[in-house]
Design a protein around this ligand. Sequence first.
Ligand code: MLT
Ligand code: ZN
Length: 483
Amino acid sequence: MAGEARISAMDKDYAGLIGRLRQRLGPGGILTDPVDTDPYCEDWRRLYHGRTPAVLRPASTAEVADAVRLCAATGAAIVPQGGNTSMVGGAAVSEDGAQIILSLSRMHRVRGIDPVDMTMEIEAGVTLRAAQLAAEEADCLLPLSISSEGSAQIGGVLATNAGGNNTLRYGNARDLVLGLEVVLPDGEVWNGLRRLHKDNTGYCLRQLFVGSEGTLGIITAAVLKLFPRPREVAVALCAVASPEAALRLLQSCQQHDPAAIQAFEYMSGAGMALVERFIPDAKPPLAAPAAHYVLLELATPRQGADLRGGLEELLGAAMEQGTVTDAVIAESGAQRAAIWKLREEHSEAQKRAGASVKNDIAVPVSRVPELIRRAAAVCERLVPGIRCVPFGHLGDGNIHFNLVQPEGADGDAFLARDHQLMDVVNEVVRDLDGSFSAEHGIGRLKPYMMPEWRGGAELELMRRIKAALDPAGLFNPGKLLPQ
Ligand code: MLT
Ligand code: ZN
């Protein structure tokens, strides 16, 4: 069997380790045949193609802990994996076949929802979509929403401190976490599954693991904050003349009803054209294609709030002022979903359009228009014909300044210039007091940027934390910190 051939080609300790892991996890808890393991070895963007001797699939926290202990005893590195939707190779294994993947996908229980405390205790392998639906059934809202929510799992979402569409109202993933359960690199379990809104008892350990990208511990479960479910929702798609006009519209919304703004997303005409071209049944419901678009969503738990009436008034005034050139407000749930699809399918459309370089950038909200203009100019100078596709979370200043290869060009040659392209964009970002890493994380793609952006005491502090928790460097090696 091919799987056995691969194991025997490796250090023989691994064969022994895999035997012990199989004994502990049972036959359903470990995959070793490459036919089964290969899908775990390629990331969503298809940037990394690694190899692994085994994918572990523990079904409980105790099994995760024992698997980690067995690996630690052999000095085997572990790459934790959820939905494998990272944009930066955060869950990618190395090419040398020396790292073991630990998938959390069999830990998929919602352990409980308390509608009085407004909390949900949930295991790491539940998809974000399933978690949202479970909250909805309890008449609550789990407000985290990202394009990959159908596949992304809670453990990965927390390990990367995902942001997404609703950050401007509810914050990032870390703002929703009250408690965590984590398996540490030596196999010890930290049970911090508290559901307190106030708890100043020493260091805030849970926040150390949120955003640590699996380098300090494996999140196995969490207690998340829930919110009242919206009773009224209004979604509009607007054509605007420029990113500056989009920003003016955001300001109008903030003056109109700040508490109701749930999402404020920017899309370029170039990005929308790719969605129309590559995604079936996706077409903006406006009279003509525009150079820039805004998707805005207002929501409130208050019944009878007439959000729609207010929004009509707001957009009417914006049209008179020339801020908005055309707009449509969804009339039904199906229309709302169709408008959101235009936004959510941006990444998929770009993937189908060819090779792409992603810049996940945060700048002060007021500087987004300048970012878009200046970054496009430097990229177009460097690679004539490059397709700049800025889009994303204008409401919180996080723009995905994605770059798609010139039409018909060689994809590999384009990707070979990824560092060069990211570096020129990041020069602009630095100048605008921004960050090169907003919500996707550092992963395997960007640790090389860390010394420049987080040099000196900050990086040294991060290294000390890593060394204190994972002295043998066995958790997600090669991610987040430069080697
Ligand atoms: C999104 O907001 O859709 C993802 O974070 C985007 C990406 O492809 O960069
Ligand atoms: Zn995003």
